[in-house]
Ligand binder design. Sequence first.
Ligand code: GRF
Length: 201
Amino acid sequence: MNICVFASGSGSNFGAILKAKRKGIIKSKINLLLTNNSGCGAVEIAIKYNIPVVHFSRKKYSTFTDEEYSSYMLEILQKHDINFIVLAGYMKLVPPEVVTKFNNRIINIHPALLPSFGGEGMYGIKVHKAVIDYGVKYSGLTIHFVNNDYDKGKIIFQKVVKVPEDVDEYKLQKKILKYEHKYYSKVIAEIENNINEKSIN
Ligand code: GRF
């Protein structure tokens, strides 16, 4: 596959994917990083690994209509020969036209067991705080296909992680993030083995 990673934040999952690529766990090419946040950690990682970066945001293209915005995103993806998208801490919805074009070819990782603790506004440390406030005993991570709703596409993989007694949200986040780094690349590698060869055009 020719992958574009979409990220908005520190990019630790992106970094883990690039390491997995170096180790040969992932065979795909990581052709591009698309970010809505040009100052984010993911950009620094991309520079370190020589991955091209595209800064793409609604703010940057504020004069575009929604249609122009999504067409331009598709144009960029096509230019870089992308046929698979990996969301790694991407805080925006992917435009519906892109979701349609990349049907079952966009995945996301969420740091809880969906459909619980997901949806709009449920991201980052807020997820782990809600998990702890609820007193649930098991959290984990979910990798799923992306549709037009936040965190709602079909689930591909889940890993259950025990919530230790008296843990705080930061420690829980750290614990789950370690599993994210391990399993996101494994799932990408499994998809590589199962996906058909057709490219997006
Ligand atoms: C991860 O917890 C991921 O599950 C969620 O956003 C966070 C991104 O972290 N979607 P990072 O930027 O990869 O460090």
